[in-house]
Structure formats: C-alpha cells, structure tokens
Design a protein around this ligand. Structure first.
Ligand SMILES: *[C@@H]1O[C@H](CO)[C@@H](O)[C@H](O)[C@H]1NC(C)=O
Ligand SMILES: *[C@@H]1O[C@H](CO)[C@@H](O)[C@H](O)[C@H]1NC(C)=O
Ligand SMILES: *[C@@H]1O[C@H](CO)[C@@H](O)[C@H](O)[C@H]1NC(C)=O
Ligand SMILES: *[C@@H]1O[C@H](CO)[C@@H](O)[C@H](O)[C@H]1NC(C)=O
Ligand SMILES: *[C@@H]1O[C@H](CO)[C@@H](O)[C@H](O)[C@H]1NC(C)=O
Length: 380
C-alpha cells in the first residue's frame, strides 16, 4: 500500500469576488439511523447539491463533523474510487465513524461505531461522485454521461455551493482525499482549487493539501511497474522475475510475451485479485467470516426503504456499490512497518505494511495514526 500525501504551501490569499452562487440544497441533520442502536454519537448531515441545472444532476453527500473540535479542525473531502463506487464504501469500510457489524446477519444489517474513524480529528464530506455513484443522480440520460473532466468540474461546483451553505467552515484548513481510482481526480481537483485561489475565485477555499492512497495514476505504468517493484523489494525470486518481467508491457525493456500464461501458483504468489464482479450472492450464501459479507451488508442496508428515508434519498435510487468481490489472504500477522520519504515539493510518500489496496480498510488503526499525525503537521 502506498500513500502519497501532499501539503500545499499556505501563502495564498484572495480578495476579488464573482457572482453569487445559485443554491439548490436539501440538507438534513440525522440523529438516528436504522441499524444503529440509539442516537448517533457524532454529527451527521446528508444532502444533495445540484451541479448541472440543465440535466438536474444532484450529487449526494454525507457530512460528518469532527468529533473533536469542528470549529478548528480541518475539513476533508473524501472521494471513493471505482470509478463509480458509492462513497459509502469509504465511510463504512475505511475511514468513517460507522461500520457494519459482521457478527449480526439479521434482516437489516447492524451498524456499529468505529473507533478509528478519521472524523475523530477532522470533519469529512463523503461525496458520491461521479453522478451515478451511490445516491447521486441525474434526471436525464445525458446527465449520466460522465468523464474524469466532467467529474472534476462537478466536484468543484459542489464544493463552491456546499461552502456557500456552510460558511462557518470556510476558514478551516481544507484537504482533498481519496484512494484507488480517485488518484485520477483528487490531484486535479486540488490543482483547480489552487488555481482558483490564485485568481481570487469566491468563495475562497483554505486549501492546505491532498492525500491519495494507492492511487491510479496511469494504467500503462501503474500495473506493469508492480513486477520490477516487488522484485526490487526482494518479494519475488529472480526466476519469477524472469518469467513475469517481459509481461510488464511499458515498464519492461524486453519484448512483450503475451503467450506466457500465469499458472495458479504464480497467481497465488502475486496474490492477484480474483475478480468475480458479477457474482450476485445473498448474505445467507456466504460466511460472515468472509470479507465480502460486509460488502453485501452495505448493499442490503443502503437499499432498505427505511434507511433511504432516514438519509433523505430522492427517488427510488438503488445502490450497487460497484466494488468487485475478491479474495485475499489475511495480513494480520504483520507488525506495522513504515517506509516514509519526503520530497522537496512537500510531497510525502509513506507505506502501510499489509495495507492492501485500500489501506484504511485493512489496517485501520495504523492508517488513523498516520492521518492524525499528517493532519496535525507532525512527522509521520
Ligand atoms: C436559482 O436560480 C433560479 C433561476 O436562475 C431561480 O428561479 C431560483 O429561485 C434560484 N434559487 C435560489 C435558491 O436562489
Ligand atoms: C437551504 O439553504 C438556505 C439558505 O440558502 C437555508 O436557509 C435553508 O435552511 C437550507 N435548507 C435546508 C433544507 O437545509
Ligand atoms: C508455475 O509457473 C512457475 C514459473 O513458470 C513454475 O516454476 C512452477 O513450477 C509452475 N507451477 C505449476 C504448478 O505448474
Ligand atoms: C428494512 O429495515 C426495516 C427496519 O428498519 C426492516 O423491518 C425491514 O424488514 C427491512 N426491509 C427489507 C426489505 O429488508
Ligand atoms: C512547503 O511547505 C512550506 C511550509 O508550508 C512552504 O513554506 C513552502 O513554500 C512549501 N514548498 C512548496 C514547493 O510548495
């Protein structure tokens, strides 16, 4: 698991203003959620922000205030990858204050409070983006045609409108974050905000940095570089490297050999993901010990009528979480071992040992500590 964290210099300021933002809001504060016992022990708000009036595109968000000192703590926008995963995956499996109770397979999945929530030290906006992901929707087919560029533009509109509605958070340090596919989106959003600050766009956002976990950057290089990397780190043998390296189309100096077939032991060794993304399993068909149980629970939970009512979901929009089911070996035997390197452009690269693809999901405690230090400006 690799994480790249970047702190931007904070010397920007702005003064001029642009026109007022037209608002189409529908936010609500939620004190109780079906599946959670008693009142929520944190401040949750959900809502929609319209980001394309022509197509009536509405992006859905969950906003959790910092459980420490929301007036002073940073505020972070969290985007989930996919592209197209519901941000509920980030909230309930990775960094949010709720998770599914894997010991309870009742009709409606149960939610429990997560101790390692990043909301302990930061307010977080979890955004369903692009349109079509999670509870975000469009009233027209055209509105659903999305791209990375469109997604970035709509996120920027979202942020502008959201902050106009929540001016009390305008001066808090702002961070943009996400993992996996949002490696394509997060730096672009941060860069566009930084440019907006330079030219004095209103509202003026107090952008401080961005964070990406195991990010997609360029598919031509991302996957093929894994083999030279794991070989360089001594994780695979020279013999294995000889077999695999020519398959690394762009990262390899040797001719591509598409005829090489990976047999099961090679796959096992590399822990390649076994995609069964089309599997439609019912909760009763899989063991609760299985990682995928939590994924199925979230689908059942998010599509329950009473849950949708509580969250204030427009229409009968059903959620598929868009996350592939995959098998993976447990990495729990590892102790936390970090490798951290800082660069002169204020970029910090750090690894979480055993972090899997989405590190906070596999190593919640370690990732929380990393985040707490980073958001406080301490050394990792
Ligand atoms: C948004 O703009 C439309 C037309 O431009 C106007 O009718 C509407 O009242 C505005 N909404 C708000 C909340 O300002
Ligand atoms: C929508 O925004 C207005 C201010 O523009 C605010 O007074 C109102 O309470 C908001 N609506 C909801 C449902 O939060
Ligand atoms: C799988 O492939 C590797 C590398 O070519 C080879 O060393 C190994 O014997 C193969 N295993 C099986 C079960 O065929
Ligand atoms: C939805 O949740 C309620 C509890 O809030 C439960 O009684 C109901 O059976 C659930 N509906 C379905 C279709 O599972
Ligand atoms: C790095 O951060 C420091 C402290 O915030 C700042 O003074 C400096 O300008 C930053 N450097 C770059 C290249 O952004």
């Amino acid at each position: 698991m690799f994480i790249i964290l970047c702190c931007l210099s904070s010397s920007y300021s702005s003064s001029s203003s642009s026109g007022p933002v037209n608002q189409s809001n529908s936010s609500r504060v939620i004190t109780h959620l079906p599946g959670f016992d008693g009142p929520l022990p944190f401040h949750l708000e959900t809502g929609y922000v319209e980001v394309d009036e022509g197509n009536s595109v509405h992006l859905f968000y969950y906003f959790v205030r910092s459980e420490r000192s929301p007036a002073d703590d940073a505020i972070m926008l969290w985007l989930t990858g996919g592209p197209g995963c519901s941000v509920l995956t980030g909230l309930a499996y990775e960094i949010g204050p709720l998770s599914f109770d894997l010991n309870d397979a009742g009709e409606l999945p149960k939610l429990v409070y997560r101790q390692d929530s990043w909301t302990k030290v930061s307010s977080i906006i979890f955004l369903d983006s692009p349109v079509g992901a999670g509870f975000s929707y469009s009233d027209t087919e055209q509105g659903y045609r999305s791209s990375d560029t469109k997604a970035v533009n709509q996120i920027l509109i979202f942020l502008r409108k959201w902050f106009v509605e929540h001016t009390e958070f305008l001066s808090n340090p702002l961070y943009i974050a996400g993992d996996s596919y949002s490696g394509m989106i997060v730096p672009t959003v941060a860069s566009r905000i930084a440019r907006g600050i330079e030219i004095g766009s209103e509202p003026s956002l107090n952008l401080k940095g961005y964070l990406v976990g195991n990010p997609v950057t360029d598919s031509n290089f991302d996957s093929p570089s894994k083999i030279p990397f794991v070989h360089g780190m001594g994780l695979i043998s020279d013999e294995m490297f000889e077999v695999l390296e020519p398959l690394c189309t762009f990262a390899s100096p040797h001719p591509y050999k598409p005829t090489v077939k990976l047999n099961s032991s090679v796959r096992e060794m590399l822990q390649l993901q076994e995609y069964t993304s089309n599997a439609e399993l019912h909760l009763s068909e899989i063991s609760l010990q299985c990682r995928t149980a939590g994924y199925l629970m979230s689908r059942t939970w998010a599509n329950n009528k009473s849950v949708r009512e509580a969250l204030g979901i427009h229409k009968d929009k059903f959620v598929t979480l868009g996350r592939s089911l995959y098998h993976r070996k447990s990495d729990n035997r590892y102790v936390w071992c970090r490798f951290t390197r800082s660069y002169s452009n204020n970029l910090t690269f750090t690894t979480i040992k055993g972090g899997g693809h989405t590190a906070p999901e596999y190593m919640p405690r370690q990732c929380f500590v990393m985040f707490e230090r980073w958001i406080s400006g301490d050394a990792l």
